[in-house]
Design a protein around this ligand. Structure first.
Ligand SMILES: C[S@@+](CC[C@H](N)C(=O)[O-])C[C@H]1O[C@@H](n2cnc3c(N)ncnc32)[C@H](O)[C@@H]1O
Length: 259
């Protein structure tokens, strides 16, 4: 039974890191006049309200986007532009999840596929993505990704953003990424992972780095726990075939949280 709901965490420092990276990569990749595919394995509900009781209960957004939205380091970035566009339509306390950020960049001729397994999150995602080119699949995200790859168009980006509710995911991910890269060697594959005090991500990163994947970029930021006793003290991204300029863009994000 899935219990994770991203509304408790939307807009936290890790979301700012991941979503700024996603917007920067898609902004860069859509500058070229060639179609692309966007694939996302764990979509969430697409659109969040930061004044929802669940978001207010944890206060995570206040420590994330609430604290840094107007920082100079975000000014003029693709992420800030998407945030402004979504808030102009849905209100100042709206927060776009990754599928909605991606939808903002896709052009006619681009293709998009997002998986979400949780029934309520899936229904909300379908509603949030209405009128966009993204297709929503209610199935296991890795199953969807493996069946689509190599996608048409062949150029493209995949975001893998699991909830890590099931500890076996840490061992599964390097195998899944190896398989996806073997089928789709030109694909940009971006994995998000939490940095927890217990170091659960460490063996997973060691296994990923041991694969020697091309153009691999590992980028991590650290931040204080969003509340007393919270075990997440940082956010990590591991990107295969990382687009040009991503590292510099992410170093700007790191400044927001003190490195
Ligand atoms: C971290 S959230 C996604 C947040 C989203 N990527 C964003 O940044 O806006 C993870 C989501 O994965 C969903 N999920 C969990 N297991 C899944 C699976 N095997 N396949 C697809 N989705 C799954 C959960 O219901 C949850 O909504």
């Amino acid at each position: 039974m899935l219990s994770y709901q991203h509304i408790y965490h939307a807009g936290n420092p890790a979301d700012v890191h991941k979503h700024a990276a996603l917007a920067a990569m898609l902004d860069y990749m859509t500058r070229k006049d060639k179609p692309l595919s966007y694939i996302e394995t764990h979509g969430g509900r697409g659109l969040y309200r930061l004044d929802a009781p669940e978001a207010l209960k944890t206060g995570e957004a206040a420590a994330g986007i609430g604290a840094v939205a107007d920082a100079a380091a975000l000014a003029g970035t693709p992420y800030r532009a998407v945030l402004d566009e979504i808030r102009a339509v849905h209100g100042a306390l709206a927060y776009p999840g990754s599928p909605l950020i991606a939808a903002r960049f896709l052009r006619a001729g681009d293709a998009g596929h997002v998986a979400e397994l949780h029934p309520q999150e899936h229904a909300a995602l379908v509603a949030a993505l209405k009128g966009t080119p993204l297709k929503v699949h209610r199935q296991d995200g890795f199953g969807m990704a493996q069946s689509i790859c190599p996608p048409t168009p062949r150029r493209g980006l995949m975001l893998i953003d699991p909830s890590y509710e099931v500890k076996a995911e840490y061992a599964r991910i390097p195998r899944e990424i190896a398989g996806l890269h073997a089928k789709w060697n030109v694909g940009v594959i971006a994995l998000w992972y939490p940095i927890l005090t217990g170091g659960a991500h460490v063996p997973m990163l060691a296994a990923l780095e041991a694969q020697g994947l091309p153009g691999a970029l590992r980028h991590e930021i650290r931040f204080p726990p969003v509340r007393a006793g919270h075990r997440m003290v940082g956010s990590g991204l591991f990107v295969v075939n990382a687009p040009w300029g991503l590292e510099a863009e992410l170093d700007r994000v790191a400044q927001l949280f003190g490195g």
